[in-house]
Design a protein around this ligand. Structure first.
Ligand code: INS
Ligand code: FE2
Ligand code: FE2
Length: 299
């Protein structure tokens, strides 16, 4: 079943504040119906895709069918050729707030909540300001849902390499049987269109919120390279958790892997933390935002 977000995020959506309000009302209804605080759980209970509900399974079935190499090239060309919006970081967080992520078996909280929980968990551990602010912004790429994505399948969920054999370390690997690239003479091979150890900078990951946000921030922030890697690869579980794709990665990737892995527990396990109060926390994070981002960005 298509989500309210997907239904209202057509290519022709004109991003005026009225349109956004309307989208938020529709999404808000969905949210109110399903909202509940997530209970505390232990680590083994996260990312349990076997036990996941149909919403999650249907999401991945669709994503794995539609994320082809051809789609990915098209998405990147479109990204470069379009102007979407101009706004500040906090405004972007508010705009994203009511989205429900259909791929996520672990949280039914709003996105601003998830961003604040991630940032607060990093802050509690005394990590540097750049990492706190990275936690705060890491999922803002989900704004793609309001910027003409085709659905949720080209925005959220774990990422994987396209243009070579789909790894069996990706969740629900059997669902790639519906992806035409599985039957392509080149794309279905171990290396596909890539050279051995060409490095992640030279491979195409499935298009979604990570790749989009990395591209937005790389020229419009003073975030360090580790932070940009955390953003770009945080959904790339087949690599950072399962160790897949070692035939494509290089020394640079080996170095950034540590940063991506250090970020992951904050993103994942903070989902069962106490809810945060955006009003209380805003002054602290606005100060951090102003250290790393211009007041207004092109999204
Ligand atoms: O369902 C989640 C969610 O969409 C996250 O934002 C993403 O980073 C994860 O990798 C994914 O599994
Ligand atoms: Fe994410
Ligand atoms: Fe996240």
């Amino acid at each position: 079943m298509p989500s309210a977000v997907a239904m209202t995020s057509g290519r022709d959506l004109d991003i005026t504040s009225d349109a956004i309000d309307e989208v938020n009302v529709i999404k808000g209804k969905l949210w109110n119906d399903t909202s509940e605080f997530d209970e505390a759980k232990d680590k083994s209970q996260f990312r349990d895709y076997e036990a996941a509900c149909d919403r999650v399974k249907d999401f991945y079935k669709e994503q794995h069918e539609k994320q082809t190499l051809a789609f990915n090239i098209k998405a990147r060309v479109e990204f470069k050729s379009k102007k979407r919006a101009r706004m500040g970081v906090w405004e972007a967080m508010e705009m994203l707030n009511t989205l429900i992520d259909e791929s996520d078996p672990d949280t039914s909280m709003s996105q601003i909540e998830h961003l604040l929980q991630t940032a607060e968990a990093i802050r509690r551990d005394g990590k540097p300001e750049w990492m706190q602010v990275t936690g705060l912004v890491h999922d803002l790429g989900k704004l793609l849902l309001l910027f003409g994505s085709e659905g949720q399948w080209d925005v959220v969920g774990d990422t994987f390499v396209v243009g070579c054999k789909f790894s069996d370390k990706i969740i629900y690997p059997e669902t790639f049987k519906n992806n035409p690239d599985t039957y392509d003479a080149v794309y279905s091979t171990e290396y596909g269109i890539y050279k051995p150890h060409c490095g992640l900078d030279n491979v195409m990951l499935s298009w979604g919120h990570d790749e989009y946000l990395y591209n937005v921030f790389k020229d419009q922030s003073s975030l360090p390279a580790e932070a940009l890697a955390m953003i770009r690869y945080h959904s790339f579980y087949p690599w950072h958790r399962e160790g897949a794709y070692s035939h494509l990665t290089n020394d640079k990737d080996a170095r950034i892997l540590a940063a991506v892995q250090a970020f992951n527990p904050y993103d994942l396990y903070s989902k069962s933390d106490e809810p945060c109060d955006p009003v209380k926390l805003r002054p602290y994070y606005e100060r951090l935002i102003s250290k790393f981002f211009p007041p207004v960005l092109d999204w």
